[in-house]
Design a protein around this ligand. Structure first.
Ligand SMILES: Cc1cc2nc3c(=O)[nH]c(=O)nc-3n(C[C@H](O)[C@H](O)[C@H](O)COP(=O)(O)OP(=O)(O)OC[C@H]3O[C@@H](n4cnc5c(N)ncnc54)[C@H](O)[C@@H]3O)c2cc1C
Ligand code: SF4
Length: 304
């Protein structure tokens, strides 16, 4: 396996969730670092630290949702080590998996590593571990693409196609490919944000993330994107549900009806922090907040 900042892989190796016989460090490859612009697009090297992404003046100005998401990952020391590429390749998480070896052994392990059964859904043929990356829903919402490089060549894959709805095979990246860079299309005319729900505001993985973006002209919405994170094994693109906002000057009522539709698509299971039924309800609240923010619509006092 390759390692970037090691803030996910090394703890996992200590708990024997991942046991690669060989680990290859990427940090010294200079070409994988840095933030560049070209033809209005933004290219971020996969090894760029989350701190550098979150504090970069151009990212903050033109891609604020990305800056917010990167800046909300774990703690300042981990953001200085952790990288954007590592965050997008982050292993999926589950209460029955993110435990030490002896804890997992005591339940005879589970399907994701060393075992045969899924303790969350015992009759399920698949693993439901959760995509818990903060930047993943933002990358999907902003229609970013990832440049993958291997000994046999290069290819570019959209963020939407990079993630797979499976707790074990959660990426479409081949094992011999590394993520070299992430490209974000020009953001002219777009307003965007990222809302994160977690137990502790100081640091914690998301148990819900909402990336919202709207393209507005004279106050009228031309296009909208809405992607939920941490409520499934991959980011859930709900952008089609925001179509009723197109060609309108959104009201809170219109936003609330999009949020009511979007929250039905959030299907959190009982395998991360806090109560999953409450997390589902919060999807509606957080979608309302995110869309109201990007559409510059005030949330009525009674709802707040
Ligand atoms: C206490 C704690 C709190 C955390 N909180 C959060 C949080 O709130 N939100 C969040 O999103 N994450 C959180 N994390 C997880 C982690 O710190 C971040 O996701 C970080 O961005 C991972 O990046 P990294 O460079 O350290 O990845 P690594 O640990 O180096 O790698 C992670 C995975 O990505 C693969 N990988 C890394 N780079 C590449 C590449 N260029 N090409 C191909 N594969 C690659 C590795 O092989 C590995 O499978 C937390 C971790 C800890 C320990
Ligand atoms: S969802 Fe099931 S198989 Fe996947 S990690 Fe959790 S318990 Fe294991």
């Amino acid at each position: 396996m390759v390692v970037a900042g090691g803030t996910d892989l090394f703890p996992n190796m200590k708990r024997r969730q991942q046991e690669p016989p060989v680990v290859i460090g990427l940090r010294s490859v200079g070409a994988l670092h840095g933030v560049q612009t070209e033809d209005g697009q933004l290219r971020i090297g996969a090894l760029t630290s989350l701190h550098d992404v979150a504090t970069h003046a151009l990212v903050r100005q033109r891609y604020p949702a990305l800056a917010i998401a990167a800046g909300s990952v774990s703690t300042p020391p981990l953001r200085r080590m952790g990288t954007l590429g590592g965050n997008l390749c982050l292993d999926t998480r589950c209460t029955y998996y993110d435990q030490n070896y002896h804890w997992r052994k005591s339940i005879d392990f589970c399907m994701k590593k060393d075992g045969a059964i899924c303790w969350v859904a015992p009759n399920s043929p698949r693993c439901w571990a959760v995509s818990s990356s903060d930047t993943a829903p933002v990358a999907v919402a902003l229609r970013a693409s990832l440049k993958l490089v291997s000994a046999s060549g290069e290819r570019s894959v959209s963020a939407g196609d990079f993630f797979r709805d499976d707790g074990i095979l959660y990426l479409t990246r081949r094992p011999d490919e590394i993520v070299a860079s992430i490209e974000f299309p020009a953001s002219d005319g777009w307003r965007m944000t990222y809302e994160k729900l977690r137990r502790r505001g100081s640091f914690d993985f998301p148990i819900l993330g909402v990336a919202a973006a709207v393209k507005v002209s004279d106050g009228v919405v031309e296009e909208a994107r809405l992607v939920l994170g941490a409520v499934g094994s991959s980011p859930i693109d709900q952008s089609h549900l925001a179509a009723p906002l197109f060609g309108t000057r959104p009201t809170f009522e219109a936003i609330a009806s999009v949020a009511a539709a979007a929250y039905k698509g959030a299907r959190p299971l009982d395998n991360t922090d806090l109560n999953y039924a409450w997390r589902k309800k919060m999807a509606r609240v957080y979608v309302e907040r995110a869309l109201a923010a990007v559409c510059d619509v005030e949330i009525p006092e009674i709802v707040r």
